[in-house]
Design a protein around this ligand. Structure first.
Ligand SMILES: *Cc1c(COP(=O)(O)O)cnc(C)c1O
Length: 399
């Protein structure tokens, strides 16, 4: 049986004629930059994320870059983030001239650890106060611990840019001033929420695309200005921005797909719960396979809130003899797609290590890089395929 890590074919087939129709309308309109389809998507995404504004941009990476630029972050500044994320999170920091500073991750969620964050912020506050933004990443589709991160950011007076590239629709509980828990959507908690519509994200287009959400109308205005070379009015440049505009052909695709996102999330969460059952019956849980903790919350909470939207379903196989790579090869030989997100932490990357980061150590993130493995979780995955994945893993451990 062939089980790809991700299969985009079912959605491509389902929407093919609708998308062709809408793309045809864009072609006939001859309006190829921004325009009504982009505006329509911006309004729908703002609504979906419960914020007042959304600004369509060219990618998730550019969403981060334009947000950092709009906050005036540049040379000499530091941005606090996680060492365990896709490279774009820090690539964008460095491209605006700033440098990242890392806090290790939490061993359960693999999101930034708020206790470690507090130590870094306290250090900075004792010194030059160079940290000008915090970028928590909602890794794999699960929100970072915003209940702790929001008050910390407030205490130190530092704005938050959420890297929500993997987490559109994810929610997290945050107690308000009288202690009642409110559920907040990814992208609605910081000054900016950055989304990616890269094809492998939960809401993917047919090329590159991204979005920045904000509940601050003035900030959204600044984002729009930077998205278009910092010009306002046209040909008068108050700032140096860039060409970060979302393509209307991609917006046409996304307008068609967005209404289905809630169903796809439901299906991904169902698949996660089924994996938990199957691993349990196979006697693999805890040793050798550790499941993402959020899977149990998904089970208990049903579908009331999309706590975790499972862009990735990442198991851990923490053995002394590091058989993760052997397991990966075994699954691939058995036609099961799987991947390591991510095999190297950011402080260890060649282009970063050279900047004096190479001697740093973030043991929790480094452990995750050694023992994490993402399994297929896409919405159209069927029960037989999931059974085959778990059977094959069981076979690996008994052979
Ligand atoms: C995908 C991703 C990005 C970048 O998005 P692109 O649209 O590919 O530029 C940034 N951060 C994280 C965490 C991502 O997963």
């Amino acid at each position: 049986m062939n089980v790809p890590l991700l299969d985009l074919q079912p959605q491509a087939a389902l929407f093919r004629s609708e998308i062709l129709q809408s793309m045809g309308e864009v072609i006939d309109s001859t309006r190829y930059i921004l325009g009504s389809r982009v505006t329509q998507l911006e309004e729908a995404v703002a609504d979906y994320c419960s914020v007042s504004s959304a600004v369509g941009v060219s990618s998730g990476t550019d969403a981060l870059i334009v947000s950092l630029m709009s906050l005036g972050i540049g040379a000499g500044d530091l941005v606090l983030t996680t060492p365990y994320t896709f490279f774009a999170t820090i690539g964008s920091i460095i491209r605006v001239g700033a440098m990242p500073v890392f806090a290790d991750v939490d061993p359960h969620s693999l999101n930034i650890d708020s206790n470690r964050m507090k130590e870094v912020l306290e250090d900075d506050a004792q010194g030059e106060r160079r940290i000008k933004a915090i970028i928590p990443v909602h890794l794999y589709g699960q929100c970072a611990d915003m209940a702790k991160i929001l008050p910390l950011a407030e205490e130190y007076g530092i704005p938050i840019i959420e890297d929500a590239a993997q987490a559109i629709g994810a929610e997290c509980p945050v107690p308000d001033s009288d202690g009642t828990v409110q559920w907040h959507r990814a992208g609605s908690m910081g000054i900016a929420g950055c989304f990616s519509f890269f094809p492998s994200k939960n809401l993917g287009c047919m090329g590159d695309g991204g979005m920045v959400t904000s509940d601050d109308g003035d900030f959204a205005d600044t984002l729009r200005c930077y998205r278009n070379h910092g010009a306002r009015p046209k040909y008068y440049h108050a700032h140096i921005g860039g060409n970060f505009r979302l393509d209307p052909i991609q917006a046409a695709v996304l307008n068609i797909k967005l209404p289905h996102l809630a169903d796809w999330h439901k299906q991904r969460r169902k698949n996660a719960v089924l994996y938990a059952d199957l691993f349990h019956h196979a006697g693999l849980i805890d040793n050798p396979v550790i499941l993402p903790t959020a899977v149990y919350e998904a089970e208990a909470k049903g579908t009331e809130h999309d706590f975790h939207v499972f862009n990735q379903f990442v198991i851990r196989v923490p053995e002394p003899d590091n058989r993760r790579d052997a397991l990966r090869t075994f699954l691939q030989k058995n036609e099961i797609g799987c991947e390591v997100y991510y095999p190297l932490c950011l402080h260890q990357q060649e282009c970063i290590a050279a900047h004096g980061y190479g001697y740093l150590s973030f043991p929790v993130a480094e452990q995750a890089a050694a023992d994490s493995l993402a399994l297929p979780i896409y919405p159209e995955l069927n029960r037989e395929q999931q059974e085959y994945v778990v059977e094959t893993i069981a076979r690996f451990y008994t052979s």
